[in-house]
Design a protein around this ligand. Structure first.
Ligand code: PLP
Length: 350
């Protein structure tokens, strides 16, 4: 076993490590754990868990949507949305490297018989309106029925401007498509763009927001949209096996995250910017940052060697080609940032 695998196998001792693989790795803070312990709960399949109901209402209201549905994950939220929007044989137009197309195991095709037409995003991550219009299929029996446009913001950390995402949505609407927004990091986008949640949510019919990324909850997403859509979504969540019972303990973590962790996302963005500036001074690296993410390209040496060197110094990253991603989250404070900078300096000097 190499050093990397060795340390990975002793991840029980994780608190000793600084983990930069994703913002999903953050641990619930003490206040969140307390809110979970004290949560009022009920059976959510009967829709009588008061904490779940409050969370759903709160997120929907923030986004300017009629209703919300608490689900286990971002993948389930997107899948439910796609299954409600589309029938078998319908088509989703989306980005080639958007999560719904390349990171959700093809669930919409497996479960729903839904076809994808993936488009190359522009440099800012947006889908160009002319590409969307060109991808919409004619009313021809040889073609699937173009039904849904799936957008994503942030996209690989990049906050796509409101004007650009509105332009994509306008093209979709012109072609008669419904619009779903994968907002796994919705509040990172809203924070970076300095806009209201309802401004961004307003571009889409339905929006999925994750609570378990930068917001620091242990699990959960909320799918928001019109009341009749969410009513249908309840049945889909049920047949996917995603209807849970006294899940107010998790919803309480989500409510805590909304109250305490949206405001601090700007800290993650500032940390990413600060660390990127420091790393840019290391000649072997070319560096860019976007909201809470940093992307490194190595001029020499391998990402795996970099990962091993950092791991020996207590820092976990996922080596990547062509870019290695580092992600800031609520467990990365100023002390951790100093340790990360020192570890990179040592790697560079070694
Ligand atoms: C853009 C995007 N959408 C959806 C998801 C899926 O979220 P989950 O891991 O909760 O299923 C992720 C996960 O990282 C994501 O990055």
């Amino acid at each position: 076993m190499n050093n990397y695998a060795n340390a990975r196998s002793s991840l029980d001792n994780q608190s000793a490590f600084i983990d930069l693989r994703s913002d999903t790795v953050s641990k619930p803070v003490a206040g969140m754990r307390q809110a979970m312990a004290e949560a009022k709960v009920g059976d959510d399949v009967y829709q009588d868990d008061p904490t779940v109901n409050l969370l759903q209402h709160r997120v929907a209201h923030m986004l300017g949507k009629e209703a919300g549905l608490f689900v286990s994950s971002g993948t389930m939220s997107n899948l439910i949305a796609m299954l409600v929007h589309c029938q078998r044989g319908d088509e989703i137009i989306t980005g080639r490297d958007y999560h719904v197309y390349c990171d959700e195991a093809g669930g919409a095709s497996i479960v729903g018989g839904i076809f994808f037409d993936p488009l190359d995003p522009a440099a800012d991550g947006a889908l160009n309106p002319e590409d969307i219009l060109a991808a919409v299929k004619p009313d021809d029996i040889h073609c699937p029925i173009s039904r849904l446009l799936c957008l994503e913001n942030t996209w690989h950390g990049e906050a796509i401007s409101l004007a650009r995402i509105k332009a994509s949505a306008a093209a979709g609407r012109q072609a008669g498509l419904n619009i779903h927004l994968d907002g796994a990091r919705f509040f990172n986008a809203v924070t970076a763009l300095n806009i209201k949640p309802s401004d961004l949510a307003g571009v889409a019919d339905t929006v999925s927001v994750c609570l378990s990324k930068g917001l620091g909850a242990p699990a959960g997403s909320v799918l928001c949209g019109p009341s009749d859509f969410i009513h249908k979504a309840l049945r889909v969540r049920k047949y996917l096996g995603g209807a849970m019972r006294q899940v107010g303990v998790l919803a309480a973590a989500g409510l805590y995250a909304l109250d305490h962790h949206i405001g601090r996302l700007s800290d993650d963005h500032a940390h990413a910017h600060d660390l990127a500036q420091f790393l840019s001074t290391i000649p072997r690296l070319s560096v860019r940052s976007a909201t809470n993410m940093i992307f490194l390209t190595l001029a020499d040496g391998s990402p795996a060697e970099l990962a091993n060197s950092l791991l020996e110094q207590g820092i976990i990253i996922t080596p990547g080609t062509p870019e290695t991603r580092l992600v800031m989250h609520l467990n990365i404070d100023d002390t951790a940032l100093d340790a990360i900078k020192l570890a990179f300096k040592n790697w560079h000097m070694s």
